[in-house]
Design a protein around this ligand. Structure first.
Ligand code: ADE
Ligand code: ZN
Length: 326
């Protein structure tokens, strides 16, 4: 069996996926037309041409603009359902999906519209595609702490649908410590917690995410290598890193895949997982991310199996459920 087939076939969990980052250009055009929204690109090809990024911010500018076509529950449902079909194709058995409510509520879309559209698709996916899920609401870190607190208040009525909270958007200049009180309240209210840290920002931001926000997982964390004592802590506590290799290359965090810190982190025994981040923008879903690593580092079947096991170990699911997959 060739490696492609092996990677495709092994059961996997996806733990780092922004649902707004699955908006394929074709879907974006279709939804824009339906909602009577004009977009500044003439065609799908012209839009795709714009997917060349120098850094995280240059991507986020286009990503937030694209999300502007999403207006009603049906749009959020369709977006999520299309992703789930793709996940099914790749034998992804469990998904933990990020969404950015502030990207939508800032434009006047009602919080409930966003959550209900995504949640209904996820529920249908659990029933009809056998993909289990949880939903993680991210705060936009470039916005003030007070707005994150307001967003958290809105989420309290949806505690049955939202499992956890996270932190995303422009990292540099917006350390995790800016959100200490928001995460403290979120934990008290029973939400699980994660945060993007050490994607573009320094290792110090990973420390803050662990110590100040007390998160259970780090999203990205690829700059952890810069601090030996941090590596020791991540290893000792087996705090998972949800790594997104194609994203890191597209956003110029590393020059090429051979220079990615993944292998050094993995070889040191950290709980590393492989994910797709914003697959419609970065040229690949989970399988393509595994394949890119396999090509760059000649990963063995044992390595691939360990990464798939890590994905379930790091998931927000019960030990009983983990035992089904591992
Ligand atoms: N939002 C969507 N993708 C993101 C990323 N890679 N980093 C931070 N925020 C994001
Ligand atoms: Zn991300």
């Amino acid at each position: 069996m060739d490696m492609n087939v092996f990677i495709q076939g092994i059961p996997k969990a996806e733990l780092h996926l922004h649902i707004e980052g699955t908006l394929a250009p074709e879907t974006l055009f279709r939804i824009a037309e339906r909602n009577g929204i004009r977009i500044k690109f003439d065609s799908v090809d012209a839009l795709r041409q714009a997917y060349r990024f120098d850094n995280l911010q240059s991507f986020l500018d286009i990503y937030y603009e694209g999300a502007g076509v999403l207006q009603n529950e049906t749009d959020f449902y369709e977006l999520t359902w299309e992703y789930l079909l793709k996940a099914k194709d790749q034998n992804i058995r469990h998904v933990e999906i990020f969404f950015d409510p502030q990207t939508h509520t800032e434009r006047g879309i009602v919080f409930e519209t966003v959550v209900n559209g995504i949640y209904h698709a996820l529920s249908d996916g659990a029933r009809n595609l056998n993909i289990s899920f949880c939903l993680i609401m991210c705060f936009l870190r470039h916005l003030p702490e007070s707005e994150a607190m307001e967003t958290l208040s809105q989420a309290l009525d949806f505690r049955d649908k939202i499992t956890g909270v996270g932190l995303d958007s422009s990292e540099s200049g917006h350390p995790p410590s800016k959100f200490i009180r928001v995460f403290e309240k979120a934990r008290k209210e029973g939400f699980l917690t994660v945060a993007h840290a050490g994607e573009e920002g320094p290792a110090e931001y990973i420390w803050e995410a662990i110590k100040d926000l007390k998160v259970q997982r780090i999203d990205h964390g690829v700059r952890a290598l810069e601090d030996k004592s941090l590596i020791n802590e991540l290893k000792r506590r087996q705090i998972p890193l949800t790594i997104c290799p194609l994203s890191n290359i597209k956003l110029c965090v590393f020059k090429n895949m051979q220079e990615h810190s993944f292998k050094k982190l993995f070889d040191q025994g950290l709980c590393v997982t492989v994910n797709s981040d914003d697959p419609a923008y970065f040229g690949g879903y989970v399988v393509e991310n595994y394949l890119a690593l396999q090509n760059a580092f000649q990963l063995t079947r044992k390595d691939i199996t360990q990464l798939a096991i890590n994905s379930f170990n790091a998931a927000f699911i019960s030990q009983d459920k983990k035992a089904i997959f591992i």
